[in-house]
Write a protein that binds this ligand. Structure first.
Ligand SMILES: Cc1cc2nc3c(=O)[nH]c(=O)nc-3n(C[C@H](O)[C@H](O)[C@H](O)COP(=O)(O)O)c2cc1C
Length: 430
């Protein structure tokens, strides 16, 4: 008998970008603890696997100024999650922390502390920085080439695991010594083994190196591949890499970041989704998105007019995930605009959204389930467009339908994040 595949769900706290509609009167502070608490409690009410915080280590700039359409300023993730540990009981708590600018001993200690304080609910989303701009804020400065970034990240995680494994399960501290290309450290780790042994490791990054790193090291992959076809391809590719590392497909969960817009009818939902996109991509925001690809000032262009016929400059926009091939993106956008007769703003709206599930609660529940049973994903990281109550409607209207379909849990059966995710307990390497 085959076991019914159930989905995993996580909540992404809306971040500093155009997915959030900060102009909505219902939007509240991105810094007040009350906002984090509301979203986390909603996620726990919905029996979600974890609550996820992204990280940005430098305020984003555009044309040498702070990008005024971003909400600037957000608190440090692990600190916020430690506070949330006190007001939640089962929800996993995932922090994005960069592997390029931190040190294994210090970060392993902070993550183990979160795992202890939360009773085994900590996760670390290991990111590597793709731009030198971020590096300017750090002593080491600069940044690393992609291959080096992932080599450092892999050694970082391996070193952290040596530290977490250095205490015996009986509570005896044993000396550790790690000697490698990036780290050469020795001593005794400051904390006993934590409830999960090792916090859950999440990976977000899409290059070949990123996928290999995920296959060798991660428990969860946070991806942008959300459509059914792209999702299935990514899923098969990453799961196919696991055997090389002696791992099986269930050892790694693949969770795309997606948005959901509900309505009482399909037409109603489509209308709401279109309105949200219009508010996310204001005329000013549309030009900005274009400038980040073209690499030149386009302020003289009309957002309601056609795309520029000049080609992009190779210069990089600062503080953004790099556009690998601006010319290819520009050509794709121009073709889209020509084919559908779209203005600059309409093209950005159409080309830049992430995977969205739009419809009645019934239709959305069915579609989410279809993605999971078709192996396009193991679950989803939901990115709401409102802070802090952007998840309320999903939890109230879609979760019960998923449960009716037996596509999602009806109760937490364990205490740790690892157990929610169905991941094996890490074996202590004595
Ligand atoms: C879905 C997703 C989410 C990410 N979230 C963050 C983040 O919160 N903070 C950050 O510094 N980098 C983030 N990154 C950037 C990656 O860690 C990495 O630097 C970038 O994707 C370039 O690596 P790659 O070439 O392997 O894709 C994210 C990447 C992806 C794909």
């Amino acid at each position: 008998m085959t076991v019914r595949k159930r989905m995993h769900l996580a909540a992404h706290f809306p971040g500093v970008n155009s997915t959030t509609v900060w102009t909505d009167p219902r939007s509240k502070s991105q810094i007040d603890f009350a906002s984090f608490e509301h979203l986390a409690r909603t996620a726990e009410r919905g029996l979600f696997d974890f609550f996820f915080l992204a990280e940005g280590l430098r305020l984003r700039e555009h044309k040498g100024r702070i990008h005024d359409l971003d909400v600037v300023g957000r608190p440090e993730s692990i600190t916020v999650l430690n506070a949330l540990a006190a007001v939640t009981e089962r929800l996993g708590l995932a922090a994005t922390v960069n592997a390029t600018f931190n040190e294994p001993y210090e970060l392993a200690r902070r993550l183990a502390t979160l795992d202890h304080l939360s009773g085994g609910r900590a996760a670390w989303n290991v990111v590597t920085s793709s731009d030198a701009f971020t590096g300017e804020n750090f002593r080491r400065g600069g940044f690393l080439d992609r291959a080096d970034r992932y080599a450092r990240a892999a050694e970082f995680v391996a070193t952290a695991r040596e530290l977490w494994d250095s205490w015996t399960p009986e509570g005896v501290a044993r000396p550790f010594a790690h000697q490698g290309r990036h780290f050469d450290i020795a001593g005794e780790f400051g904390l006993p083994r934590s409830p999960q042994g090792r916090p859950v490791v999440i990976q977000a990054g899409d290059s070949d190196e990123g996928r290999e790193f995920a296959a060798s090291t991660a428990d969860v992959v946070f991806t942008r591949h959300g459509t059914l076809e792209a999702g299935r391809e990514f899923y098969a590719d990453v799961k196919g890499r696991l055997a090389t590392y002696g791992r099986s497909p269930e050892d790694l969960k693949i969770m795309p970041g997606v948005t959901v817009v509900l309505g009482d009818t399909a037409a109603d939902a489509r209308e709401r989704a279109a309105e949200i996109r219009r508010r996310q991509v204001s005329p000013q925001n549309a030009l900005l998105a274009l400038e980040q690809i073209w690499g030149v000032d386009l302020s003289s262009y009309d957002p309601d007019g056609p795309l520029p016929d000049i080609d992009p400059e190779p210069a990089l926009a600062q503080g953004r995930v790099r556009v690998a091939d601006p010319l290819a993106v520009a050509e794709k956008w121009r073709a889209l605009s020509r084919a559908k007769g779209l203005s600059i703003r309409q093209t950005v709206i159409e080309a830049s959204g992430r995977q969205s599930f739009i419809g009645t609660p019934e239709a959305v529940a069915a579609e989410l389930d279809e993605f999971v049973t078709a192996d396009a994903a193991d679950g989803f990281i939901l990115v709401p467009h409102l802070t802090p109550d952007g998840l309320d409607e999903f939890v109230d209207r879609v979760v019960p339908l998923l449960q009716e379909r037996d596509a999602f849990r009806t109760e937490y059966t364990g205490m740790t994040l690892r157990s929610h995710l169905g991941l094996p307990e890490p074996v202590w390497k004595g």
